[in-house]
Every structure is written in structure tokens, then in C-alpha cells.
Design a protein around this ligand. Structure first.
Ligand code: ADP
Ligand code: MG
Length: 391
């Protein structure tokens, strides 16, 4: 696959697709990890005298009000602060004013274009990969570089359409993410243990199907375990049981009965507002009990199964880690893995935030910045954003 390094970018207009889809609270950026993660590629382009035109989406844009709340203006201010060069902001995603910015751009200068999804107001042109829009944007540049790892699973005009029309390659962030995940998955060190949690089985069936073949053990926690437990006849919080997945879970449990490990106990309560909880064995859980975290027997069971693991892949937290009362399961597992220096890859949007929230930044082999993209990559099928990159 071609990368940014395969091109001489001096004096060239480089269209750089970034993932600036950052979380915003009250009009301010609440976590700038994604912006900082893009700096390596942007600075490389600055150092190599390119004229840099950045495209990114932010949130969903369906109404005029969405335009206001999802403007990239705050990202522009942040870039100005972080980059040691002139940074401009085009409020328009198409049109004469944008074109003027582009033609006035000098070497080493950066132009951030407003949220590409502003074009979704008009027939979802960006999200549906409208080729007229793609051609328009492609005409603004000479080379296209995709560094928007978190968007690789989408087929948008700004990451797939434009890419098809220009000489192209991937940026450093995408390259690093793929290298980390590929080398982890292809390394034949065993036991390889997969831990899955979070909410829905249905979101993750293809990931499970792919990884179950590769791993030695699959530990299932979180609300995801409820459908598996229910399929074995246990009572669990029905809210999270996916009846249409019962057969899938039953079959998987039969086929891989020695590989799959399910929880033995949970911390249960009546609701998240209730500040008390009880730890109950799975046999004693009643129909109205809400299980918000795995219990201590389960934590021990999972640790036993991680005991001699060489590689661990985690997708999905063990409980409602956002709530202090129910962070223990997820935290204890992370602690065990770091204490024992077990090579751990973590993927999934909420899983990545749990790592930060629980104080484990920079403690693991890799925490992927892309939620959906990493999940789709782990499914073992190609990603739309990568399929169109020059070989
Ligand atoms: P990821 O984004 O890492 O793929 P998911 O989106 O599948 O993970 O799930 C994350 C969410 O699952 C978290 O917000 C967490 O609160 C929730 N969750 C985990 N365990 C439970 C549980 N036992 N009951 C309710 N929600 C849970
Ligand atoms: Mg999630």
C-alpha cells in the first residue's frame, strides 16, 4: 500500500483526510486525542513544503442546527495553537471562497475546510459518496493522503470518492494503527485470549466469528454475556438480551464449549440511581436484578484464564465503568494485564475511553483510536477507505 512517504510533496497541494470527529461538550472540544494523533502527518507535510488542505467530518449533519453544533471552527483554533505555521479556515465546503483560499495557499501553510458533512444537508452528498462532489474536491489538490483511521469503515466522498480520483496513499496514523493490529494478530504467540464485553452481541457477531477461530480462550463479560447466559437458562437483565441472537449464542457455546468462559457472578442493583448493590451468583439472580458489573468470582476466573496468556485482545468493557460503583471488573482486568506485562490490544470506542478513565493511558501495547473501523478490521474483511488506496 502506498504511503505519504512514496510522494514528493514539495509545492504540491495535498488533500489530507483527517479524523477530527472529536467529542464536543457545550461548544468546546472535550478530548483532543484525535487532533494530537494527526500532528505527525501534518507536521511531516509542513516540513516537506506541501500546501496542506485538510478535510474532516464532525458528527452528523442533518439540519441547520446541526451545522452550528458541528462546526470545525474549534478544531481550527486548536490547530492554530498546536501548529507552527499559518492555518486558515474555510467556512465553505465548496464554492469560490474556498477556491480562493486554495489558490492563495503557500508552501507549509494549512487550510482546514469546514465539516465535510455540511454537504449532507443536500442529498447526503458526502455520506453517500456523491461522485460530483468527489470530483469537485479532487480538483482542489494534486495528491490525496488518508490519515482518518476512525473513518476507514465509511465510504464517504471525502475519503473514498476523492481518493479514487488522485494519486494517493495513507498517512502515518493509519499506517501505525494497521501495523500494530496486523503484527499483533499475525504473531503466533499463544495462549491468545480474547475478552469481549460491552453491550450488544449483534454488533459484534462477525468479530466473534473471526476471532474465535484464532484465539485459545474467549472470555465474555459486560451486558453482552446476558444473551449467552440467557440461552443457558439463567435469569438476567432482559433489557440487554437479544432474543434473535439466542440460537447464535447457543450454537457458539456448544461448538466451542471449552473455549468460551462466561461470568459466574455479578454486582446487581435495582437501577443505576440506586447507590447500593449486592453481589450474586448467576444461579441466584432474579428477573428484576440489573447486573452492572462482573463479580469477584468472575474476576478471579478471568484472571485464572489470563494466567499464562501471551496476547490479549479486548473489545468492550466488563461493566458500566462510567459509574464508579461498577468500574471494578474492567479495572481489575486491566490491572492484572499491566501488572503481568501481558501484550494487550484494546479496540472499541468505549473501551478506549475506559482505558483513559480508569487511568491506564500508555500502559498497553496498543489502544486503537478508531471504534467502528477497528471492529470492522477485526472482522477480517477489508475497509472501504483502504480498498481504494494505490498499491
Ligand atoms: P465498545 O465501544 O468498546 O465497542 P460497546 O459500545 O459495545 O463497547 O459497549 C460499551 C458500553 O457497554 C459501555 O457504555 C458500558 O456502560 C456498557 N455496559 C457494559 N456492561 C454493562 C452492563 N452489565 N449493563 C449495562 N451496560 C453495560
Ligand atoms: Mg461503543
Amino acid at each position: 500500500m502506498k504511503t505519504i512517504k512514496d510522494y514528493d510533496v514539495k509545492g504540491k497541494k495535498v488533500i489530507l483526510r483527517c479524523d477530527f470527529n472529536v467529542p464536543m461538550i457545550d461548544g468546546k472540544i472535550s478530548d483532543d486525542t484525535r487532533i494530537k494523533a494527526s500532528l505527525k502527518t501534518i507536521n511531516y507535510l509542513i516540513d516537506n513544503d506541501a500546501k496542506i488542505i485538510i478535510l474532516s467530518h464532525l458528527g452528523k449533519v442533518k439540519t441547520k442546527q446541526d451545522k452550528k453544533s458541528n462546526s470545525l471552527y474549534q478544531v481550527y483554533l486548536k490547530l492554530k495553537e498546536l501548529l507552527n505555521t499559518n492555518v486558515y479556515f474555510s467556512k465553505n465546503t465548496t464554492g469560490i471562497k474556498l477556491e480562493e483560499y486554495v489558490s492563495n495557499l503557500k508552501e507549509k501553510e494549512v487550510l482546514l475546510v469546514e465539516n465535510t458533512r455540511y454537504e449532507d444537508i443536500d442529498d447526503k452528498k458526502e455520506s453517500q459518496c456523491d461522485m460530483k462532489l468527489s470530483k469537485y474536491w479532487a480538483r482542489l489538490g494534486d495528491i490525496f493522503i488518508n490519515d482518518a483511521y476512525g473513518t476507514l469503515h465509511r465510504k464517504h466522498a471525502s475519503n473514498v470518492g476523492v481518493c479514487m480520483l488522485l494519486p494517493n496513499g495513507i498517512g502515518f496514523l493509519v499506517e501505525e494503527e494497521l501495523n500494530k493490529i496486523d503484527s499483533f494478530l499475525n504473531e503466533n504467540t499463544n495462549p491468545f485470549v480474547v475478552i469481549m464485553g460491552g453491550k450488544k452481541v449483534s454488533d459484534k457477531i462477525k468479530v466473534i466469528d473471526n476471532l474465535i477461530l484464532k484465539c485459545d480462550k474467549l472470555l465474555i463479560g459486560g451486558a453482552m454475556s446476558f444473551t449467552f447466559l440467557y440461552s443457558k437458562g439463567f435469569k438476567v437483565n432482559k433489557e440487554y438480551v437479544e432474543l434473535e441472537q439466542l440460537d447464535y449464542c447457543k450454537n457458539l457455546l456448544t461448538k466451542y464449549k471449552d473455549k468460551i468462559i462466561l461470568p459466574l457472578d455479578f454486582k446487581v442493583s435495582t437501577s443505576l440511581e440506586d447507590t447500593t448493590y449486592l453481589t450474586k451468583d448467576i444461579e441466584n439472580i432474579e428477573i428484576n436484578d440489573k447486573a452492572y458489573d462482573i463479580g469477584s468470582k468472575t474476576i478471579d476466573l478471568f484472571k485464572d484464564n489470563l494466567n499464562n496468556a501471551k496476547r490479549v485482545l479486548i473489545n468492550g468493557p466488563m461493566g458500566v465503568f462510567e459509574n464508579k460503583l461498577y468500574e471494578e471488573g474492567t479495572k481489575e482486568i486491566y490491572q492484572y494485564l499491566t501488572d503481568n506485562n501481558i501484550k494487550t490490544l484494546i479496540g472499541g470506542g468505549d473501551s478506549a475511553s475506559s482505558v483513559n478513565k480508569l487511568g491506564f493511558e500508555n500502559k498497553f501495547y496498543h489502544v486503537s483510536t478508531g471504534g467502528g473501523a477497528t471492529l470492522e478490521y477485526l472482522e477480517g474483511k477489508g475497509l472501504p477507505g483502504l480498498r481504494v488506496i494505490n498499491r
